[in-house]
Design a protein around this ligand. Structure first.
Ligand code: BTN
Length: 242
């Protein structure tokens, strides 16, 4: 049974369920027959945490794992992912003091280590289109260390900050940017916090190599490939090679 979890959130995210263990907070919301904007699910650990592209998201006790529901207007639907990325970046930096950066599309990095992953999925119920956003943050070193697969790339943030406080801060910042949505402001912040500009990368899906030129006005990644062709990516994954 879910427990009540006291987040001192403003208005939107008042409906919070808390689990000491769950398969996945995002799967739990996805399986609900009814969704309401603002529904939030938090878990102390996940047994089947999911990442993007069908990957597993290692979710042992100690980290912060939560998912929440938004029902955005069509015109802001495609900006929800960067909005949550900016909110996570801001909250982590404010509370933990670390200058974390957004690695396109929306991983959060501290130096060259990933500290936070964000998964946005849509669910249509009747006429209503919802987005379920899942956030996973490594806020402490797992008791038995990180899983072998991610040991070299995973980092930790906000280890001295109670998870509830970080959770609250992120949701309050999401609410702030969501309610007064301003694309130009979001784009400015996204670019300011991004760590990709000028980096040499490989595009995971195609194996193409190039250098990142920047983020365009639709939050797409623009890269100059070896040979000089320009490539614009709406989604996908890049790996730094420099
Ligand atoms: C990624 O890095 O690929 C995205 C990871 C998203 C993980 C979070 S943890 C809470 C929510 N529940 C899940 O199963 N996944 C998301």
């Amino acid at each position: 049974m879910p427990k009540l979890y006291a987040l001192k959130v403003n208005h939107l995210f008042y409906d919070v369920e808390y689990f000491t263990s769950i398969s996945s907070t995002s799967t739990y919301l996805k399986n609900k027959k009814e969704l309401r904007e603002g529904m939030t699910v938090v878990a102390a650990k996940q047994t089947k945490g999911r990442g993007r592209d069908g990957k597993k998201f290692y979710s042992p006790s100690g980290g912060l794992y939560f998912s929440f529901v938004l029902k955005p207007d069509e015109k802001i639907m495609s900006y929800i992912t960067p909005l949550v990325g900016v909110a996570c970046r801001e909250a982590i930096s404010q509370l933990g003091g670390d200058d974390v950066r957004i690695k396109w599309v929306n991983d959060i990095y501290l130096d060259d280590k990933k500290v936070c992953g964000i998964l946005a999925e849509t669910k249509i119920i009747g006429e209503d289109k919802f987005v379920i956003i899942g956030v996973g943050i490594n806020t402490s070193k797992p008791r038995f260390g990180f899983n072998k697969k991610i040991r070299d790339i995973a980092g930790i943030v906000c280890s001295d900050v109670p998870n509830e406080n970080l959770n609250t801060q992120i949701l309050n910042i999401v609410e702030k940017y969501y309610k007064k949505f301003n694309k130009a402001q979001l784009l400015d912040k996204y670019r300011q916090f991004s760590n990709v500009e000028g980096r040499s990368v490989i595009i995971k899906s195609t194996g193409e190599k190039g250098k990142v030129k920047g983020i365009d006005d639709e939050f797409r990644l623009v890269a100059t490939l070896q040979g000089g062709t320009e490539k614009t990516l709406l989604s996908g994954e890049i790996e730094f090679t420099d």
